[in-house]
Design a protein around this ligand. Sequence first.
Ligand SMILES: Cc1cc2nc3c(=O)[nH]c(=O)nc-3n(C[C@H](O)[C@H](O)[C@H](O)COP(=O)(O)OP(=O)(O)OC[C@H]3O[C@@H](n4cnc5c(N)ncnc54)[C@H](O)[C@@H]3O)c2cc1C
Length: 298
Amino acid sequence: MIHDVIVIGGSYAGMAASLQLLRARRSVLVIDAGQRRNRTASHSHGFLGQDGVDPAVIARDARNQLEAYPTLTWVEGEAASVTGKRDAFVVETVGDQTYHTRRILFATGVTDQLPQIDGLAERWGRSVFHCPYCHGYELDQGRIGVIASGPMSMHQAELLTEWGAVTFFINSVLSLDPAAQQVLEQRGVMIENTAVLALTGEADVQLADGRTLSFAGLFVAPTVTPSTTLPTKLGCTIVEGPMGQMIAVDGAKETTVRGVYACGDVAQMPHSVSLAVGDGAMAGLQLHRSLVWPDMHA
Ligand SMILES: Cc1cc2nc3c(=O)[nH]c(=O)nc-3n(C[C@H](O)[C@H](O)[C@H](O)COP(=O)(O)OP(=O)(O)OC[C@H]3O[C@@H](n4cnc5c(N)ncnc54)[C@H](O)[C@@H]3O)c2cc1C
């Protein structure tokens, strides 16, 4: 059998794309490894109609709705290789299953590269966050610690003053010139130059000079990379954005390889569930149009 579309990555973006295609009665095979980016968070915020809901519940309900369409096939697993060309792609999974398809959609998300600080990774999504729109409100205008990870951290420290009193831990990652210091001071940001040793408790920062400072929540700006190298191996162009790497796409969400599309965090910035769903819906309808009108270009 040859599927119309194989969607690699069955989270918010991949499912939103699949829904459009299934409603056009197209055959869709979703391959999903089950590693949603927000899997460590217990509440998702900012997605209209689902504000505060467990992100696993949002994903489960969406999948249940997709399963009602008879042209869906869902494979739990990991795509290991993609070869071929438009109208004749072959996808192999880690379990050595082989599938054929006319179009490919990468909705594979990104991986966060976090600073190597003791206690940070296990608090990611629980009391250490990156997106103020997702998790800032719940901190109730309390004390917020921003731990520098790169140039985006300066922007993050400035912005977060909208949500609480900010302490900015430079941690030898940045060197602030006088102009940058002045901008931060004008926003009321407290600059802390002592090295961060570890995170403890709920959101406590242990410093090299023996002090421990407590916060309502902590923020870092991770650098992101695509979760899989499959698009690169297939020849898709990868570009550098302000938060890290992403797959280059045109207005129809097609990559630089004909017949291969990408959506969600891996193909657009900034990142959120709403934006991933919107981007996925766009990819789904553009994929459908490319099947109806194969000569169409964005
Ligand atoms: C800690 C944290 C908290 C967040 N909280 C919020 C929030 O409150 N509100 C909000 O709007 N946004 C939040 N976000 C952002 C949100 O999680 C992302 O924007 C969203 O998950 C992107 O959806 P996506 O479908 O593009 O990718 P993802 O959700 O990352 O899904 C990608 C999927 O592709 C799969 N995959 C990857 N490679 C392969 C492969 N080779 N084969 C098969 N499957 C593969 C993965 O396993 C995964 O299931 C948060 C992010 C983080 C890190």
